[in-house]
Design a protein around this ligand. Structure first.
Ligand code: ADP
Length: 706
């Protein structure tokens, strides 16, 4: 079978190509996923570096601003220090900062720098004094001295005359108490206005300082008035020597300013700000006690840790240092020892700085990934939630998983590389990551399948063409033998008759006439056959031409029937014209061609009719004159419906070559069909086996003239 080889040669390479391409596409999809993971690993490293650079800058900016701000607030609370706070430059810087971090309020977040010793004692902000207790100068007094002290206190409190107070004072001093007790006696007699702001933290017998009491008295007196000196004293009490009275003193001072806009009002406002910032700081430092147990605590390098693990909390940056006491300012730094200076960065600020850094470096984070930052061991930006995808773990969910993590150190200029942080990239949408790849895969897959499919269709088409060609070849061979056969018999008999006539073997004039008629008849049939064959060949070559002119179709039918009558008579069949009452139908047609079509149909009808039967030929109008029908009907064997189309094919003849009883070459109907189509008409066939056949030529009647 030669066609098998054709099929193999067409299909094999296409199939091989398709299989190899599909396999390599699959591989490529896998490689794309691996590549994406590798890329994410590199991206996360670059992202960490970029975040570090950005965070360093922002930390530096925040710490510098915070330093300037808190020192400014500290000064602005004191009436003895004058100056505009905050000045325009600082205000502008803060405004710009708040533009960059729109959710944050700088003034509420800034916390002054802290100082702490390794043993946990706070230097800045100063520790709150414990509940007051009688000081040593008082507990060291004898019973008698204590009694004399009480008498002196009563004399002063009762506002007795100067001489009586003087006497009580002398009695106490004469009892020879310690120098501190004598100093206390002096302070006790001073007017409150002098004590406030000058006695230092000198304690009374209750443990509260003379100054605190003096301030309290002055602030709560009936006609109390806030002066610069008094407020300075209050500031000193509250900020440098905080105790449980501090809030009350501030409250009284604030009440006296009536929240006005005066310079003193401003001082009170800033003192309150500083006091509140210190209060926050104190609570954070309190949580440092957790750290003291950790190894970090004694490490003498800078490091960062979270204060108050729960929100809001702050990130504390620890810078180890050795404190030396300041002899001239013992209240600021009274001790010597090693400890830490601490800068505070509130959690909101840390979060905002790193989020800002991620935002600035979005280029490293594709849409289908999400970055999250962990600072000093605590996640501070949101992380993808694997449960959101309805999966219990990342491992279960191919769409959600950790792609990579990179660690880095951040810090500010004074403390570079202090904050350990890490950046992680999570895959949030695997489908999106591979979408470009998938599209390519689908496109190529479709192309490959399309190519395979079209190869298959091509194969089928050529298979059909191959068999069709074979069939045609067979038909052509049959055709040639049929034509030869059709020609041989009449030519032989014509020759025989002509020879007989020539040799004078037929003396009878009647017989001679019969011979002549027969010869003419046979020659007509032969020329009709040759006409058909020639026409067919012209049609096949596309050379067939038609000449349209007005013709009377009724006349055409009548002439044709007349022409065929001798043949019908020879076959013992009656030809009958069915009169539909029309005598003259003129239509623009090629009357010779129409006649040839009719001849072919009538010839078939006669051929297939049994002896003694009628063949009806007629013309009628249908569809309200729009269609003209020429029909030829017989009572022959009929044609089964499944062959109605086939019989119009060229060379097609029903039945097997050997069993065929009728003459013919198989082109009659295809010539009919071509002629009718050239007239814009069609050939209809009504036939059933056993019920005869009726062939109708339908011509459009629009060009008709009557
Ligand atoms: P042929 O030269 O064989 O007549 P045609 O193309 O005219 O070729 O007809 C094709 C075939 O159609 C014939 O072989 C015959 O089997 C069938 N056919 C045509 N006309 C009739 C008819 N009137 N009755 C029965 N069969 C017919």
């Amino acid at each position: 079978m030669p066609f098998i080889w054709q099929a193999v040669f067409i299909l094999l390479p296409v199939t091989l190509l398709a299989v190899v391409s599909l396999i390599s596409l699959r591989r490529e999809a896998q490689r794309a996923e691996d590549d994406a993971h590798d890329r994410a690993m590199q991206d996360v490293q670059s992202l960490a570096w970029a975040v570090r650079a950005s965070a360093n800058g922002q930390l530096q900016r925040f710490l510098a601003l915070q330093n300037e701000w808190t020192q400014g607030v500290r000064s602005a609370g004191q009436p003895t220090i004058t100056g505009d706070f905050p000045d325009k430059r600082l205000r502008d810087s803060i405004e710009k900062w708040e533009q960059d971090f729109p959710d944050l309020n700088f003034a509420n977040l800034a916390v002054p720098q802290g100082e702490i010793l390794v043993d946990g004692r706070q230097i800045q902000p100063p520790e709150m004094q414990a509940a007051p207790a009688p000081p040593e100068w008082y507990t060291g007094l004898s019973q008698k001295q204590k009694m004399l002290w009480r008498q002196l206190r009563q004399a002063i409190d009762a506002n007795e005359s100067g001489a009586l107070v003087q006497k009580a004072s002398e009695a106490f001093v004469n009892s020879n108490p310690g120098p501190a007790a004598q100093q206390a006696a002096i302070w006790m007699q001073e007017p409150a206005t002098d004590v406030a702001g000058s006695s230092g933290a000198f304690p009374t017998e209750t443990g509260l300082s003379f100054e605190e009491i003096a301030c309290y008295k002055l602030l709560s007196a009936k006609n109390a008035k806030l002066t610069g000196a008094l407020l300075q004293s209050v500031w000193w009490q509250v900020i440098d020597h905080p105790s449980f009275t501090s809030s009350r003193l501030l409250e009284l001072a604030e009440g006296l300013t009536n929240h006005d806009d005066s310079a003193l009002g401003q001082n009170v406002f800033w003192t309150l700000q500083f006091w509140n910032a210190q209060a926050k700081e104190r609570s954070w430092l309190f949580s440092l006690r957790d750290f003291q147990a950790s190894t970090n605590w004694t490490r003498q390098t800078s490091w960062a840790g979270w204060l108050n693990k729960s929100d809001p909390g702050a990130l504390a940056l620890f810078e180890p240092c050795t404190f030396r006491d300041q002899a001239d300012h013992p209240e600021i730094r009274p001790v010597t020892g090693s400890g830490y200076q601490i800068w505070f960065v509130p959690r909101e600020v840390v979060k905002a700085i790193f989020q800002h850094a991620l935002e600035e470096n979005k280029v490293f984070i594709p849409d289908y990934e999400m970055a999250s930052v962990t600072v000093a061991g605590q996640p501070i930006t949101s992380r993808p939630d694997p449960n959101a995808a309805g999966k219990s773990s990342f491992a279960d969910s191919p769409n959600w998983h950790l792609l990579g993590t990179a660690s880095q150190m951040a810090g500010a200029v004074a403390m570079p590389d202090t904050i350990a942080f890490s950046v992680s990239l999570y895959l949030t949408n695997r489908d999106q990551m591979l979408s470009a790849e998938r599209r390519r895969f689908r496109l190529f897959g479709m192309l490959i399948l399309g190519a395979a499919f079209s190869a298959l269709v091509g194969l089928l088409a050529s298979w059909r063409a191959f068999y069709r060609q074979q069939e045609l070849n067979e038909m052509k061979i049959n055709f040639v033998s049929s034509v030869s056969h059709e020609l041989r018999a009449p030519i032989a008999s014509v020759r025989l008759m002509a020879e007989n006539l020539e040799r004078g073997k037929i003396p009878d004039t009647l017989r001679q006439n019969e011979y002549f008629r027969f010869i003419v008849q046979e020659c007509r049939r032969l020329s009709s056959l040759i006409e058909n064959v020639l026409d067919f060949s012209r049609i096949e070559q596309g050379r067939k031409q038609y000449e349209f002119e007005l013709a009377n179709l009724v006349a055409v039918v009548q002439t044709t029937v007349k022409l065929m009558e001798p043949y019908a008579a020879e076959k013992g069949v009656r030809l009958e014209i069915i009169d539909a009452g029309v005598s003259n139908i003129e239509l623009e047609v090629d009357s010779r061609a129409i006649q040839q079509a009719l001849v072919n149909l009538i010839d078939n009808a006669i051929k297939h009719s049994p002896k003694g039967e009628n063949v009806m030929v007629g013309i009628e109008r249908q569809n309200g004159n729009t269609t003209l029908c020429l029909f030829v009907a017989d009572h022959g064997p009929g044609i089964p419906a499944e062959e109605h189309e086939k019989i119009f094919e060229r060379f097609y003849r029903r039945g097997s070559e050997l069993r065929r009883e009728t003459q013919g070459v198989g082109i009659g109907l295809s010539v009919v069909q071509h002629i009718v189509a050239a007239h814009d008409g069609r050939v209809r066939i009504d036939s059933e086996p056993g019920k005869g056949s009726r062939f109708t030529i339908e011509l459009p009647g629009t060009k008709q003239h009557e």
